[in-house]
Ligand binder design. Structure first.
Ligand SMILES: [Zn+2]
Length: 338
């Protein structure tokens, strides 16, 4: 299997993270990519380094004003008096505010609140370059499989929580969504995104909410107790095609694989002719938060089941924060892919 990774993804090195009122070290760290690379090496796969994506590539699904913000936010922030090291929101516009004004403020603090969903997406000096490098990997994987087969994109930062005009949950540019769009643009008439990260793929759902040509399926821990808290519940559909399969806390291999089988059946019924797998390893039993408790064998069995669809498949890395386990889990998943 071909794989894609870029050294510049390490330029994103976020520090800020707030958990239950405590300031913690951010766990979306460059060491994640090193562990995943080791998993590829163990498989005998040498990843190619594709050129970073362009801003125009990102604009295929993201808003121009949002991309302006991502590109310049850190420099604007650094010019503030007594600025912290990273861009982190301290206000978000409330619906009541937006209902009463037609002014779109230009100040960096206002735009930070506007363009972020939470404070789990700090922007540092290397975030924009890393995000374009991650997207370059996702698009290269999509291009590599347009005529068939499967390819893996080691995307960091991840992307599935990013909306068209909003960062959130460690995500800035939605790599999986843009890979799906790339497959559409290459001629696939119907594309499915199967998201097996332990968090709901809310950004991807949001981007394709009104689209009938892209089916979004997400298997994740119940948002009643877990990020992203407000979406990811069963039965959410817009004008487009969407299936959410939330699972109780502590779910193990059997129920997780059954939900994936339900998702696969929906993908078959949709008659998808290309697939994006949003691959998060935070469903692993080894995760610090461990909302779902999937074993290495469970991930291997998921790969067998998903690859049986025999669709052109771009596999995009999403979450997974038990750094030492990421390489072995990737080895298990890609090693089982048929
Ligand atoms: Zn996740």
């Amino acid at each position: 299997m071909r794989a894609f990774a870029h050294a510049d993804e390490a330029l994103h090195d976020p520090q800020f993270f707030l958990m239950r009122g405590r300031l913690r070290a951010n766990f979306e760290v460059p060491a994640r990519a090193a562990s995943l690379r080791a998993g590829l090496v163990a498989l005998g796969v040498a990843p190619d380094a594709p050129p970073p994506a362009t801003r125009a590539d990102a604009a295929r699904l993201h808003d121009q004003g949002y991309l302006d913000f991502l590109a310049s936010a850190h420099a604007e922030w650094a010019a503030l008096p007594e600025a912290g090291a990273e861009v982190v929101p301290n206000i978000h516009p409330a619906p009541e505010m937006l209902a009463q004004t037609r002014t779109t403020p230009a100040h960096i603090i206002a735009r930070t609140g506007q363009f972020t969903a939470d404070n789990a997406c700090p922007i540092g000096p290397g975030t924009w370059a890393a995000s374009l490098s991650a997207l370059g990997c996702a698009l290269a994987a999509a291009d590599a499989v347009a005529a068939g087969g499967a390819a893996y994109a080691l995307c960091r930062p991840p992307g599935h929580h990013a909306y068209a005009a909003r960062a959130g949950g460690h995500c800035y540019i939605n790599n999986s969504a843009l890979a799906a769009q790339r497959l559409r643009d290459a001629g696939a008439k119907r594309v499915a995104v199967l998201d097996i990260d332990s968090h709901h793929g809310n950004g991807t759902q949001g981007i394709f909410w009104e689209r009938k040509d892209v089916l979004t399926v997400s298997v994740h821990a119940d948002p009643a107790r877990y990020y992203p808290w407000y979406v990811g519940f069963a039965g959410e559909t817009g004008a487009g095609e969407n299936l959410n399969l939330p699972l109780p806390f502590g779910t193990g291999d059997t129920e997780w694989l059954a939900a994936i089988a339900t998702g696969i059946a929906r993908i078959r019924a949709f008659s998808a002719d290309a697939l994006v797998v949003a691959l998060g390893f935070d469903a692993s039993e080894h995760e610090p938060l461990a909302a779902v408790r999937v074993t290495s064998d469970g991930f291997a069995r998921a790969a067998v089941a998903i690859s049986a669809l025999s669709l052109p498949t771009a596999i995009c890395q999403e979450g997974g924060y038990a750094v030492d386990h990421l390489g072995p889990l990737l080895h298990a998943f890609l090693g089982a892919w048929r």
